[in-house]
Design a protein around this ligand. Sequence first.
Ligand code: AMP
Length: 284
Amino acid sequence: VRKTKSISVVRKAVAVARKSDAKIGFVPTMGALHEGHLSLVKRAKKECGFVVVSIFVNPLQFGPNEDLEKYPRDLNRDERLLKSVGADLVFYPDVSDMYAPDRSTTVSESCVSKGLCGDARPGHFNGVTTVVAKLFNIVQPDNAYFGKKDYQQLQVISRMVRDLDIPVRVVPCAIVRESDGLAMSSRNIYLSSDDRLTAPILFRALKAAKAAVEAKKVTTAKDVVVGITKLIVGSGLSPVIDYIAVKDAVSLTDLRMLKGTMVIAIAVFFGATRLIDNIEVTVP
Ligand code: AMP
């Protein structure tokens, strides 16, 4: 697999691939890759002749008290994994390749990015939209692949692409989980062994909530939130709940009565580690 830090090398490689009529697929990541990331690359390979993967720990999307410094980085391992799934080009710019010291333009979405992680992480989604807009301009892909693991991010990017007429098809991809149901995340390695054993409660609670909605045992968003809260609080290690919410699946607006297709999203702290998960559900 070819790798480069250079924007112009990416542009040239993509231009060559395009000349031979290849569809360009793009998977943006922050590295520390796992099967979740690789599933996106495999999907991109299936649908596109030339697949670019970016690895960039974007400082703009980290808050002052977040884990930017200690975010896991292992480029050699990432490269090996990307080679094994057939990625064509790895773009791993330095911060100085991406951001001029006097940069003064940002992209900001002001609706879908409110609530959920937007409230818990002020400024986070402006960092995400800004870097993804830049990466789209650098790679100019036909298709870009995003995991539903970061559900709000997926919907914020979709809204940005629509609102700014960016000629990219955003492809949502299913969440990849460990065998016990924990959603794969680069941050799972921070969990203590006790917390790691408790963490699958998140997906168990989401599945129980989905089943209750589908069986019409609950009718309001509040019922769902209360049910999930009970399961998580009863799970022993008393994780600190950041949010549990039921939202419209696309606009992420609040719902009182359950209606249409929704997403149930949760964020919970296990010690200093914040885990997120979600599940889509449609009222029958
Ligand atoms: P990140 O490296 O955390 O920025 O994630 C890069 C991309 O991989 C994003 O589109 C994520 O939603 C996606 N991703 C991360 N974890 C998973 C997972 N467990 N299943 C599916 N996609 C994932």
